[in-house]
Design a protein around this ligand. Sequence first.
Ligand SMILES: C[S@@+](CC[C@H](N)C(=O)[O-])C[C@H]1O[C@@H](n2cnc3c(N)ncnc32)[C@H](O)[C@@H]1O
Length: 234
Amino acid sequence: MPVLRNDTLSQRNLALTPELHTYLLAQGRMTPDPLLAELIERTRETVPDQAHMTVAPEEGALLTFLVRLLGAVRVVEVGTFTGYSSLCLARGLPVGGSLTTCDVSAEWTALAREFWARADVADRIELRLGPALDTLRALPAGPHLDLAFIDADKPGYIGYWEELVPRMRPGALLLVDNTLFSGEVIDEHPGEKAAAVHAFNEHARRDDRVELIMLPVADGLTMARRLPSGEIAA
Ligand SMILES: C[S@@+](CC[C@H](N)C(=O)[O-])C[C@H]1O[C@@H](n2cnc3c(N)ncnc32)[C@H](O)[C@@H]1O
C-alpha cells in the first residue's frame, strides 16, 4: 500500500462526540423520522445484541440522497437485517424503481417487511432469502444496475463485489459499508472480520474497472463508480 506521511495531511478529522453527532444529524436534516426512529427502537427490543448492525442515521440519509441524485431505478442491497437501509434506499426510488435485497434471516427480515409496508415502499422491494452469492449469481449477467450497497458478512465482500461490478452499468455506484471496521483494519493483528475487510479494501483498490473513494462516514464507506469501458481510473 502507498505510504503517506500523516503530518503532511490535513488534521481536520473530527471524532464525533454524541453531542456533535446530534448536532450533525439536526443541521444536516438527517435525524430519523418517527418511522425510522421506531424501527431503530424495535430492532433494539427484538435483537438487542445485534442492533448495532443497523446503518447510522447519516448513512441512511446518504443512501436516500444518492439514489435520488443518480436517478437510480434498479438497486441491489446485500444485507437486509431489519430493513433500515432498504427503507432508506427504497425511499429514494422513483415510481417503477426496484430494490432487490438479500439476506439469510427470515426472522430479522420479518421486521423489515412490517416497516416497508408501513413506509409504503413494500411494492418496490423484493426480498430474496438465501446466501447472497447465490442471489447475485442469479441476477441477469449484463450491466443493468444503477446502484448497489454491500453490508453483509465481511468474508463475503470480495465475492459480492465480483458478482456486482460486471452488473453495474457505466456510471453506476457501488457502496460498501464498514470499510474502516472500527479502525481495526490497520491493526497489526486484526480479527477475522477486520482482516477480511482489509483484504476487500486491497482488492477494490486494485480494481481498474472502477473509480473509488473511501469516506469516514459512520464505520467507513467505500464508494466506487463503474467506469465505462475505455475510461481509466485516475
Ligand atoms: C450488518 S447487517 C445489515 C444491516 C442493514 N443494512 C441495516 O442497515 O439494517 C448484515 C446482514 O447480512 C446478513 N447476512 C450475513 N451473511 C449473509 C449471506 N451469506 N447472505 C445474505 N445475507 C447475509 C445477516 O443476516 C445480516 O442481516
